[in-house]
Structures are given as C-alpha cells and as structure tokens.
Design a protein around this ligand. Sequence first.
Ligand SMILES: Cc1ncc(C[n+]2csc(CCOP(=O)(O)OP(=O)(O)O)c2C)c(N)n1
Ligand SMILES: [Mg+2]
Length: 367
Amino acid sequence: MPREPIKLPQRVESLSVLAADGRIDADLEPALDPADLRRLYRTMLASRRLDERALALQRQGRLGTYGPSRGQEAASLGVAYALGKDDWLVPTFRETAGLLWRGWPMQTWLLYWGGFEAGNVPPAGVHDLPIAVPIASQCQYGMGVAWGCKLRGEGRVCATFCGDGGTSEGDFHEALNFAGVYNLPLVTVIQNNHWAISIPRSRQTASQTLAQKALAYGMDGVQVDGNDILAMIVATREAVEKARTGGGPTLIEAVTYRMSMHTTADDPKKYRTEDEVKAWEPRDPLLRFRAYLHKKGLLDESTAGALDAEIAAEIDQAVRQYEQYRQDPAEFLRHMYAELTPELQAQQAELQAYLERKHAPTPAPVP
Ligand SMILES: Cc1ncc(C[n+]2csc(CCOP(=O)(O)OP(=O)(O)O)c2C)c(N)n1
Ligand SMILES: [Mg+2]
C-alpha cells in the first residue's frame, strides 16, 4: 500500500519556437511556404492597423464601444492558419487577426463594432460563429460544434477561444469536461493576456499554469508563447491533427499580453503600471515576426512600406463602406427565431407603423 505519485497518460508541455529577438529553434521551426509567411505577416499587420483605426473611430464617435486586440494577433492568427477551410472557429471579440485570415471582410468586422446585425454574418463558405461576448460562452458553442462534427463523421475540427478570466466560468469547465468524456474534435485556446478587465491573472487561479487544467478533463494541455506565431502554428497543427484523427480534445494556453485597454470604456492606468506594459513591448508579436522574415530575406524595407500603404487604402475603403451602410431598423427582430413569435410580429408591425409615420410627408398646415 505505497504512497506514490499518480502517473497520468496526459501531458502538459510548454512550447516556444521564435525568441523575442528573432532567433529560432531550428528543430521546431515549421516548414512554411514563403508565400504563406508573407500572407501571414500581411494579415497580422492588417489586423494591427485595423485595430488602431477602430480605436480612433470610436474616439471620434464613429464606432461603438471597442475592445482592442493589440498584442494578441499571433495567438489568434496562428490558430486560424492551422485550421482547414472546412473546420470551424468560434471567436471571442479579440480574434480580429484570425477572422481576417478566415476571410471576414474588414467592413463586416466594422459593422459588428458599429452595432449592426450584418456584422454577425460570416462570409459565404466560412464556417465561423459570430463574435460572442459573454465570457466562456464560446467554450460551450465550440464544444457543441465539435460534437456535431463528430456525429457527422466528416473529419472536421472546431477551435474555440476564451480568455484567462473565462477559465473561472462554469461554462469553461463544463465544456472541457464534456469534450473529454465524449472525445470531441475540439481545440480550446485560452488567450491568457494576463488581465480580465482589472483582475490580474494571479487572482484568477492558484494554478501555476492554465494549461494544466487540461489534466482534470483527461486531455493534453500545452502552454504556448502566444506572441510567437510559429509556436502557435506548431501547437495548433498538432492539436488539430490529433482531433481530426480521433485523438480527442486539446487545451492550449496562449501566453500573451493585452497591450491596450480592456475596451474603450476602461482606463487601465487605474490598475496596472506603465512599467508592466513597457516590459511586454519588446515581445510584440508583430515586431518578432517582422524580425524573423527580415532574417529569412522575405521582407525588406520597401516591401514593408508598400504593404503599409496597401493596407491603409484597404482600411479607408472598408470604413467608407461601413459608414455608407444603411440597415433596415427591423433587422434586429429577424435573427432570434426562424419564425417570428406573435409578440415579435406585433413589435415589427408597431415599428413599421412608427417608421411610416416618421417618414410620411408633413401635412400642410390648416389654413
Ligand atoms: C458572462 C459575462 N460576465 C461578465 C462580462 C463582462 N466582461 C466582458 S469581458 C470581461 C473580462 C474577460 O476577461 P478574459 O476572459 O481574461 O478576456 P479578455 O477580456 O482579457 O480578452 C468581463 C468581466 C461578460 N461579457 N460576460
Ligand atoms: Mg484576459
């Protein structure tokens, strides 16, 4: 009757490939097509610039409350890249880079933040769910989608995202538990950006890592340098391959940092120091990837400048389309049920009558 450590078949690993200064672990470096590397860089840059523009638009009163994704681009993009076209992605609201890779037009993304229903509609043929804001709800949706994939037996996989704060929600644990029991083709990615609004990661859990939570649900966990796009690609590819071939779910903790405010309704200076933010700046995923591409001879100053100009024009065009968009005010009633309930029908009729009154020509004054 000895006392001994329990040996678990699952593993918790840590993974990083590309150091902050652009040095690479050659044994782990994925063999990516140079055209793909360039496209990945372009998407990461587009995501960063779009994020900056969105912040400016919100400050000018031209966009709703906005949640920036600055600093978290690699964690999102690496996952999107590792998925197949027919796989599913379930985003939180910081997946700008991943959604651009999946083919979401910039103007659709702007419409989402502008509060329009049209911003919730994935482009044709893109198997993504709309952006979900309720914390860790994405885990449940992703688990359900993965279950559907398994039942249909088409070999498709679902990747779902949540934040470090999301790991304290029941939804997170219930989804992982279910995915483990039913051996679902699910990759759950925690974007550990160190903050849940003003709650630091250290107050979220006493666990040393978030990746180790995988063990409780009978799956492998991997803690990845989330600012290292190559490591994110390697880890997600392995998890996707395993899921696709019946090996079940994986939990990925992407260690990253929220370089901006939580949303435009937040002032992070109230709860974190400038020094902390500064310490993360050299680990910026965009700078690191750029250094890597420079070293490989895939990006020079003039190409980088041309790219910047191209992306700025693309964003200008998307902003124009967004601001010219006109929505039928009754649109919001149409998305909850396949058939309108009697109550919603009555509301729709009332709205219609109101709009007709509002737009009717003003009657001439009685002489
Ligand atoms: C169920 C629920 N409770 C509260 C909120 C308000 N809220 C929005 S984001 C957030 C913090 C989330 O932190 P984390 O999961 O780390 O994600 P991050 O914002 O850092 O990306 C909170 C409390 C919400 N959206 N949903
Ligand atoms: Mg967080």
